[in-house]
Design a protein around this ligand. Structure first.
Ligand SMILES: *Cc1c(COP(=O)(O)O)cnc(C)c1O
Length: 369
């Protein structure tokens, strides 16, 4: 008996913590601390501790985190920043927003993360930084990227990696600075927009704090340019209420991923996501590769199984980057994964019947091929 499985079910998670979340929201309303304030300060302290970084700076989105980390490092016109061709747009668009040029490199076919060898080939005299992504919750190979690009500053895009581990270390502590997103669908999600930078560098933390508040060390004194990039009080309150559950949620996602692996591994025409021996994924997405991906998505939708496609078009082929003259064939792995990838529902609140229905949908479809 197949049961409906939405791709995401944020309401189920809310109901599991409704008491705590409601109380935190209402106490924020009573305090009128709507922007930054004590709830955000408490969350910043707790999240920094959770990640194992010295500082966490709360921001109004993950995109802002990407943008301000580049800005704080002084990336600007004339600079090149290497980014994977297969990731969410913000990893690369924020490079361009700083006036620098994103240079695309291909990804590894097993982990979907930046291919260090291809990144090394893209280096020029102008290369200032690289933004590898812990994509879908799986870490990129930090030591290999460091070795491939000596002297190039690394900025971790940890937007999908709240709890991801690389050789036992947490994502968010590997590079000088890291960027997190608290978009509602992320493993740790706000009830609106949210993001943060983590760093153990005091000067970088101070710089990001200035940039998120109009370069303003004291009220109406502007030491430098900046933007309004602050995290809201209510989002800090919600994130604070959810943080104690994150470890358990990630654990449950891993269990579901292992159940999927066991059911799908070896099916003809299906490639399951591989976890590298040095990595521990938090499975923000569970991404299969299939031959007739669009056919499967249509079939799943008929069976009321929600799916996602992350991401259907690699960045070097996006119209926004047309001026960089990317063409089909430039990044063959990114292009092939973009054509074949499908994300299955994976969230801690899924019932066993729902997990079974997703498995049935995939295996049934493969049998019919
Ligand atoms: C979600 C995401 C971002 C941007 O975060 P927002 O909070 O949506 O602005 C950046 N990079 C990656 C890889 C993401 O998944």
């Amino acid at each position: 008996m197949s049961v409906p499985v939405p791709y995401l079910d944020l309401k189920a998670q809310y109901h599991s913590l409704k008491g705590e979340i409601d109380a935190e929201i209402f106490s924020t309303l009573e305090s009128s601390a709507f922007i930054l304030g004590p709830k955000v300060a408490a969350f910043e302290k707790n999240f920094a501790e959770w990640v194992g970084a010295k500082h966490c700076v709360g921001l109004n989105s993950g995109t802002t985190a990407n943008w301000l980390s580049l800005w704080a490092l002084g990336i600007g016109p004339g600079d090149e920043v290497i980014v994977p061709a297969f990731t969410f747009f913000a990893t690369a668009s924020t490079v361009a927003l700083c006036g620098a040029t994103p240079i695309f490199a291909d990804v590894d076919p097993k982990t979907y993360t930046l291919d260090p060898a291809d990144a090394a080939r893209k280096r020029t005299a102008r290369t200032k930084a690289v933004v590898p992504v812990h994509l879908f919750g799986h870490p990129y190979d930090h030591d290999a990227v460091t070795a491939a690009l000596p002297g190039v500053t690394i900025i971790e895009d940890a937007a999908q990696a709240h709890g991801t581990k690389y050789k036992g270390k947490n994502a968010g502590t590997l590079a000088p600075i890291a960027c997190f997103s608290f978009y509602p669908g992320k493993n740790l999600g706000a009830y609106g927009e949210g993001g943060a930078c983590t760093t153990s560098d005091d000067a970088l933390a101070e710089k990001v704090k200035l940039l998120r508040e109009h370069g303003m060390p004291r009220r109406y004194e502007h030491a430098m340019l900046g933007i309004n990039g602050r995290l809201e009080g209510i989002q800090g309150a919600v994130l604070g209420a959810k943080l104690p559950s994150l470890k358990g949620w990630n654990h449950r996602r891993r269990q579901i991923a292992h159940t999927y692996h066991a059911a799908f591994r070896g099916l003809p025409g299906v490639q399951v996501p591989e976890e590298a021996s040095w990595g521990e994924s938090i499975y923000h997405c569970y991404v299969l590769q299939l031959n007739d991906r669009d056919g499967f998505v249509a079939r799943a939708s008929e069976k009321k199984i929600g799916t996602g496609v992350h991401y259907p078009k690699p960045l070097h082929l996006q119209p926004a980057f047309a001026h960089l003259n990317g063409k089909a064939g430039d990044h063959p792995v990114s292009e092939s994964v973009a054509a074949r990838c499908v994300s299955l529902p994976i969230y801690p609140e899924m019932t066993d019947a729902q997990i079974e229905s997703v498995i049935e949908c995939v295996t049934g479809w493969v049998r019919k091929q």
